[in-house]
Write a protein that binds this ligand. Structure first.
Ligand code: SAM
Length: 264
């Protein structure tokens, strides 16, 4: 298949191939450990909230639970299948009235100025065409005093032992899948430029010693494959050696999450 590497950062989300879609069903579940990630968003009954880049919808459903019957969640994404999955989940939970899944056609959030109480955005901004424009959009759609809460990785801060040096080559090739791979460290400045007040930054990093991040690492190998920069044998050996390190209990991975919260 011929791919345009200049737009791959977006295209690989607009159309997700089936094996990756299966991994996402498992990866993007709501877990109790996510509580700490969204706590700064201060979600409450009756709020109007956008989940920007909702994926298969687990976080949107959790937000819908928290805003209650009198609240509203807009689940926004560029992938139609994710939006359908999110809407189906909402129906299954009895939340159809309070959740609306909307396709993002471009950078503009399809809602009026000063209309939302919260914008929550988890692991999305490294893929948008221009994070400065998107964070200004968050500011535009929030009511005065409303909160934007972004949770994101910084792919330059990932640690993987004992495969560190080899992983650097994989990540370098995999960066074709990101628009802004170092987004985590840039968020604070971008929030400031967009006019947010009372900005808080936290960085959380739990060590994975059991292989929980293997699906993420497999995705990095598949992105690196698309770049055409590395031989297939190197990619296969990398995936096999991660599995071996987990079995031999020498594996340790860290992917710090930057949590940035600001008031409009
Ligand atoms: C890593 S997933 C995160 C999904 C979800 N937020 C979560 O944490 O479970 C990234 C999501 O961002 C979406 N996305 C990518 N580019 C986007 C854009 N320009 N606007 C809105 N969503 C986008 C993708 O389709 C995908 O659902």
């Amino acid at each position: 298949m011929t791919r345009n590497l200049d737009t791959y950062y977006r295209d690989h989300w607009a159309e997700v191939e089936s094996d990756r879609m299966e991994r996402y069903q498992a990866m993007f579940q709501w877990r109790d450990s996510h509580e700490v990630l969204i706590a700064p968003a201060d979600i409450d009954i009756a709020q109007v909230v956008a989940d920007y880049g909702c994926g298969p919808g687990a976080l949107s459903i959790e937000l819908a639970r928290r805003v209650g019957e009198s609240g509203k969640v807009f689940a926004l994404d560029i992938n139609r299948e994710f939006l359908e999955q999110t809407q189906m989940l909402a129906e299954r939970e009895g939340f159809a009235q309070r959740l609306e899944a909307k396709l993002m056609a471009d950078d503009r959030i399809p809602t009026a100025d000063r209309s939302l109480d919260r914008v929550v955005c988890k692991n999305v901004l490294e893929y948008v065409p221009d994070p400065e424009v998107t964070i200004r959009e968050f500011h535009r759609v929030l009511k005065p005093g409303g909160i934007a809460h972004v949770i994101d990785s910084d792919w330059g801060a990932i640690v993987l032992e004992p495969l560190g040096e080899r992983f650097t080559r994989i990540m370098s090739a995999a960066s074709v899948a990101f628009r802004t791979p170092l987004i985590g460290r840039k968020l604070y400045g971008l929030f400031r430029q967009a006019g947010f007040q009372d900005i808080r930054v936290q960085v959380l990093a739990g060590a994975d010693t059991t292989g929980g991040m293997r699906a993420v690492l497999r995705n990095m190998a598949s992105y690196a494959r698309v770049s055409g920069q590395l031989e297939e044998a190197e990619l296969e050996a990398f995936v096999a050696d991660v599995d071996r390190a987990v079995d031999e209990q020498t594996y340790l991975a860290l992917l710090p999450q930057f949590l940035v919260t600001g008031h409009a």
